[in-house]
Write a protein that binds this ligand. Structure first.
Ligand code: SF4
Length: 301
């Protein structure tokens, strides 16, 4: 199959995004069934919008980049996501407390709390990632693509799963220009383009997702020694906006490695500090945020 290097990722993504409309039309149970291989526990807290989840391949003690958007929304929400099973006895709302107490300790251990909308987004994401993976296998694409690439930063205790990375080396001509200005080591490093795949039909990509894509780029540079050239968020277009068979939109994200590195360090330090506490942090978030937040039922215990 002959495709130019520039077009390949776009064709693959387009093919995968065709399936996103199928994922978006599935009801919650169908979606869960399609993604059940990923979970040991899915435990809805009846009468609430909350759900306790234990993901099979999660590494305990690490923070996942994808959960940092919870922190950016509200540190208290982030705390409850990671620590709710440790503070079960303190929850004042009896029906939630007893429901959580019914869980066997071995199932509680390492389980996280999400609201249904967030968990549904996670399921659609898993479904979409499978579509991208299958499309790659089907097209038998070269190894210069990495799907769902795991990046682990042991120093920060951080794990990220980068949806799609395209890796290349400088051409002879580019190398000759590069070596005039930079070291041999720099010019020989692999160059990467990062694609963060989202399932929302956005008019404007949310800031937290832009931040997520930047963090992945930073981790790839720090841990894998890549030079990230471009960062994109890919998301499906609204069905009424599908023209000429293009199912997704590619949004270029600004990336400044120094700035992202500084921000990430600060973010992780604060998130870790929050998780170490016995009590959820005091926060000053807008009333509007709390109104929309499913965690409000247990937040003010
Ligand atoms: S209810 Fe408000 S304070 Fe509590 S977790 Fe949600 S946003 Fe944060």
């Amino acid at each position: 199959m002959l495709m130019t290097e520039k077009l390949e990722p776009l064709l693959v993504l387009n093919r995968a995004f065709q399936h996103i409309y199928r994922a978006l039309s599935l009801d919650f149970d169908e979606l869960l069934q399609a993604c059940s291989f990923k979970f040991d526990l899915v435990y809805p807290l009846e009468g609430t919008n909350l759900i306790v989840v234990k993901q099979r391949d999660r590494v305990p003690g690490y923070i996942y980049v994808s959960d940092l958007s919870q922190f950016l929304y509200c540190p208290r929400r982030f705390y409850l996501t990671y620590r709710v099973v440790n503070i079960v006895d303190k929850i004042k709302l009896a029906k939630i407390r007893s429901k959580l107490q019914e869980l066997k300790p071995e199932l509680r251990d390492g389980a996280l709390l999400y609201d249904i909308e967030t968990f549904r987004r996670i399921l659609v994401g898993i479904y979409l990632h499978r579509c991208v993976e299958n499309t790659f296998k089907f097209l038998n694409l070269p190894r210069s693509y990495e799907v769902e690439k795991e990046v682990v930063d042991e120093d920060l205790g951080l794990i990220g799963h980068v949806d799609l990375v395209h890796v290349r080396y400088l051409s002879q001509e580019e190398y000759e220009k590069c070596i005039l200005k930079y070291s041999e080591e720099y010019c020989e490093k692999p160059r990467a383009t990062v694609y963060e795949v989202k399932s929302g039909l956005y008019r404007e990509v949310p800031e937290s997702y832009k931040r997520q894509a930047q963090l992945y780029a930073y981790l790839l540079e720090k841990r894998e020694g890549y030079i990230v050239e471009k960062v994109y968020v890919a998301h499906p277009v609204h069905p009424s906006d599908i023209t000429s068979g293009i199912y997704f939109k590619l949004v270029k994200i600004e990336y400044d490695r120094e700035k992202t590195g500084r921000e990430l360090l600060e973010l992780i330090r604060t998130a870790r500090r929050v998780l170490r506490e016995r009590e959820p942090p005091r926060v000053f978030v807008s009333r509007d945020k709390c109104e929309k937040c499913a965690y409000k039922l247990i937040c003010l215990y």
